[in-house]
Design a protein around this ligand. Structure first.
Ligand code: SF4
Length: 460
């Protein structure tokens, strides 16, 4: 079949903040880069504009791909339906939800893609042209990251991320050998830590012209232990670049590598988002071996990282089987004493494909909630040692304390003071935007039912 263009769709409900969307659609940028030069390709991001009108201009010679997070499955299905109504013959759906629950997506998608798609996506385009599409494509092996889908100059120009987005994304490693019971990342990206060649990382940063970025890596910090030589050469290669700062997810073992922390600072590294997950030691089994709920250890790690001029954002989850309202009272105490730069508290969420969800199903503790509630701000299961109302009330109580203007202001001011006065103006945005983003996530909690669904498609 003749192909007119390829359209890759990113459903989003956050919209723009002061004219820009938050995070650029990084995976779609790399998939768009795999589209052969002779074929027109576009990325449509619902966070930038409403998509319904644009969808109605598509036709049978357009190949539509939609990425599916669990939270966004309903709008993804709506987009697929509209596309079919106007004559599009092939809607391809991939991403985390398609990988974790292909049978759910197969109900309404023409083609389901499971796995990373870097090998199958070019094949799908060719099969569309050859009229030979299959209903299911699966990337059967975890792609070695060397040379995988480098972002092309055509896509860089098209997305214009430095004008349209606050935070460019970047990938340096992928995968994590831990096994936290609630984690979807390892079910999508695998448990083998894979590394991009340093020269490819540098080349991509330079060609994209980005000064700040957030790593999509599942657990960048673990590479401090597993691949220290690689991390050292990476930091040394980034040091001469004119970066304003970059951030990554990690675990607290990074604090035991002082030499690498020094190099990180010199490579313009700004702050670690550390998954402490819980201050309740009884939860340690669920935390995959990286955290043990020991606050004294957490405080020590934060102090050490701060001493190297690097910030720490604490990531926590609430609702484990040993949690009670007291857990959040203890968490608040810890936050007040710990000097964390920002804090994220999310409600434990039983995503498809996780051992946690399987346990809830076996124990008949899963609520019948539409996927739109899987946003880590709503409760979607029956907790063990408290009622749903207790969990919600405790979560509200904690978030109102931790994101009060006074708390945010105090944390922000403390963070800014760690920088030389000359660098402070440049650091203001990153200092306050993290807490602001988490406060916005918390606020989804008070949006319910159809209002939650209507949040999609009302952007722009
Ligand atoms: S450490 Fe992070 S990425 Fe690794 S399994 Fe646990 S939650 Fe997932």
């Amino acid at each position: 079949m003749e192909i007119r263009k390829v359209v890759l769709i990113h459903p989003g409900r956050e919209g723009r903040i002061w004219g820009r969307a938050t995070g650029a659609p990084y995976t779609l940028m790399r998939l768009a880069s795999l589209v052969p030069d002779g074929i027109l390709v576009e990325i449509w991001d619902e966070n930038l504009e409403p998509l319904e009108g644009k969808l109605r201009q598509l036709g049978p010679h357009d190949l539509v791909g939609i990425t599916s997070k669990t939270l966004a499955v309903e709008p993804a299905e709506r987009f697929a339906r509209i596309a079919r109504e106007v004559g599009v013959q092939t809607v391809v759906v991939g991403g985390a939800h398609a990988t974790l629950m292909p049978e759910d997506v197969a109900r309404w998608a023409d083609v389901v893609v499971t796995g990373e798609a870097y090998y199958t996506w070019p094949q799908i385009i060719q099969d569309f042209i050859d009229d030979d599409l299959q209903p299911h494509y699966h990337d059967s092996e975890w792609a070695d990251l060397t040379g995988v889908a480098p972002i092309t100059d055509r896509v860089i120009t098209m997305v214009n991320e430095n004008r349209k987005y606050w935070t460019p994304m970047m990938e340096i490693t992928r995968g994590c050998p831990r096994n936290c019971t609630f984690c979807t990342a390892i079910r999508v990206s695998g448990q083998r830590m894979r590394l991009r060649p340093v020269e490819e990382v540098v080349d991509e940063i330079q060609r994209r012209g980005i000064k700040r970025f957030f790593l999509t890596d599942d657990n960048f910090g673990l590479a401090f232990r597993t691949n220290p030589e690689y991390i050292e050469s990476l930091f040394k290669a980034l040091e001469p670049l004119p970066l304003h700062g970059w951030t990554a997810q990690a675990e607290m073992l990074v604090s035991t590598h002082p030499d690498l922390l020094d190099l990180a600072r010199r490579a313009h590294f700004d702050k670690f988002f550390i998954g402490f997950e819980s201050v309740n030691p009884a939860n340690r089994r669920e935390l995959g071996g990286k955290s043990k709920g020991l606050v004294a250890q957490y405080k020590e790690a934060i102090k050490t990282i701060h001493a190297h001029g690097i910030g720490v954002v604490g990531l926590f989850v609430f609702g484990f089987d040993h949690d009670t309202p007291q857990t959040l009272i203890d968490s608040w105490e810890f936050v007040r004493e710990s000097e964390l730069d920002s804090v994220s508290m999310t409600v434990l969420t039983p995503y498809p494909g996780t051992p946690f969800r399987a346990q809830l199903v076996a124990e008949d503790r899963l609520m019948e909630k539409p996927w739109r509630y899987y946003d880590t701000a709503h409760v979607t299961f029956y907790p063990k040692l408290m009622t749903v109302e207790e969990l919600e009330r405790s979560y509200d109580w904690f978030c109102r304390h931790v994101y009060s203007p006074l708390s945010v202001g105090r944390r922000g001011w403390r963070t800014l003071r760690r920088h030389p006065v000359s660098r402070m103006p440049r650091k203001v945005f990153g200092t306050f935007s993290t807490d602001y983003g988490y406060w916005r996530t918390f606020n989804w909690r008070h949006i319910d039912g159809s209002r939650l669904l209507n949040a999609w498609g009302t952007t722009g």
